[in-house]
Ligand binder design. Structure first.
Ligand code: ZN
Length: 401
């Protein structure tokens, strides 16, 4: 007997998406040696060898390629390595992670993973800012160069060289997500044609890209799991005392748990981005904590207290309460963290539409995010942006800093 509906099932399963491997952190980071298997929303029959699809394609040059520059743009015209092909089931989780072909497939998966997240927050597809010239993004899997860069029509990935150990950026989710952040920002706001008066566009671009990397990282179930288990659910106490920042193996979190205010920064764009990234991260942590309090998983007094004034006994007691709750109901902690992540992520994404790249100032970007957020998220963003000196204090300054 022939079962009915075979064909329909087969085509429905093709539409489910496509499987890939992604390392949430580079595989040399302790605890992240194994990749996560992820499903990208793109249907299997829309991905060709390379991989390639209607929005992007990967190339892997055989010889050393010069990085792209103002007068050197895609497409890459030199000799290329044979494009990797999917397995017989048309998924791309068939390659060995230590193979050369894996580099480009991994980079492609990272770009799509990040785009899936930010398109969800925006509620519509992102159209490349260079689409009038190049319909597709070119991803160069490997360039013999100690950097990674995204630009007009391309994303190219070199390798870091520390003490003679070379590590390809194609395996570095942080680096790729950060570069995709630059592409998303320019695609949403357009390219600045005249530098803004305060030159805030470039520090904002760095801050936004770091936030894209941080929030996208928090979309790996395995990453959330590790973070919560390591801190036993209490991000607030660890964050405040800067304990888990110093020892955190996750690059994004080390970067985001900084205590810089605007008056502490230099003119360097990466340095000027830090207070903004810190304000966003603190907001996620505090919102998460409020969710825990609302669900009876943390002590309500922690919301208003100055953690640094805590006696050791109180500190231990607060931490123990959260740890006990985490032991019993870890799912609630995961839900609280993903809700906080998405409330902030959505506000950051939606605010982009209102920004003018030519006149952008950091305080305007902050107000746009508060307006897009509303409710408790807006309140927390406001007090954090004020503490960081990005906006003028409104008198709601935080007592517990
Ligand atoms: Zn950057």
């Amino acid at each position: 007997m022939r079962l009915l509906g075979d064909d329909a099932l087969e085509s429905a399963s093709a539409r489910l998406g496509t499987r890939f491997w992604i390392y949430p952190q580079p595989p040399f980071i302790p605890g992240y040696e194994q990749p996560d298997r992820v499903w990208l929303s793109i249907p299997r029959d829309e991905i060709g060898e390379g991989p390639s699809d209607p929005t992007m394609y990967v190339v892997d040059p055989i010889l050393d390629k010069q990085p792209y520059s103002f007068n050197q743009l895609p497409p890459f015209g030199g000799p290329k390595r044979a494009p990797p092909t999917p397995g017989p089931d048309r998924h791309f989780d068939n390659l060995l992670p230590d193979s050369r072909a894996f580099l480009g497939v991994h980079a492609y998966a990272c770009v799509h993973f990040v785009l899936d997240i930010w398109q969800s927050y925006l509620g519509r597809p992102i159209r490349w800012f260079f689409s009038q010239t190049f319909p597709r993004l070119e991803i160069v899997a490997f360039v013999n160069w100690d950097n990674a860069q995204a630009g007009y029509g391309f994303l190219e990935l070199g390798c870091s060289d520390i003490d003679g150990i070379r590590r390809p950026y194609a395996l570095n989710f942080d680096a790729i997500a950060h570069e995709v952040g630059h592409l998303i920002l320019l695609s949403e706001t357009g390219i600045p044609t005249a530098p803004s008066q305060g030159d805030d566009f470039f520090p904002f671009s760095e801050a936004f890209s770091d936030v894209v990397s941080l929030i996208s990282f928090l979309h790996f179930d395995s990453a959330i799991d590790r973070l919560l288990r390591r801190t036993r659910g209490n991000l607030l106490l660890y964050n405040e005392l800067n304990r888990f920042a110093e020892t955190s193996p996750e690059t994004q979190i080390r970067l985001a748990t900084n205590f810089r205010r605007v008056s502490d920064t230099t003119r360097n764009v990466h340095d000027r981005a830090l207070p903004f990234v810190g304000a966003i991260f603190d907001t996620i942590v505090e919102l998460y904590h409020r969710e825990l309090v609302a669900r009876d998983c943390a002590d309500i007094r922690l919301v208003d207290i100055d953690v640094r004034d805590l006696e050791q006994d109180d500190f231990d007691r607060f931490r123990q309460m959260t740890a006990d709750a985490f032991q019993v109901k870890p799912m609630i902690f995961r839900l609280a963290l993903t809700a906080a992540r998405d409330a902030v992520g959505q506000a950051v994404a939606v605010a982009l539409r209102t920004l003018d790249p030519n006149t952008l100032r950091l305080d305007q970007a902050a107000y746009a995010m508060m307006a897009a957020a509303g409710g408790a998220t807006a309140e927390l963003l406001e007090s954090n942006f004020a503490w960081r000196e990005i906006i003028t204090s409104t008198g709601m300054d935080r007592r517990w800093r």
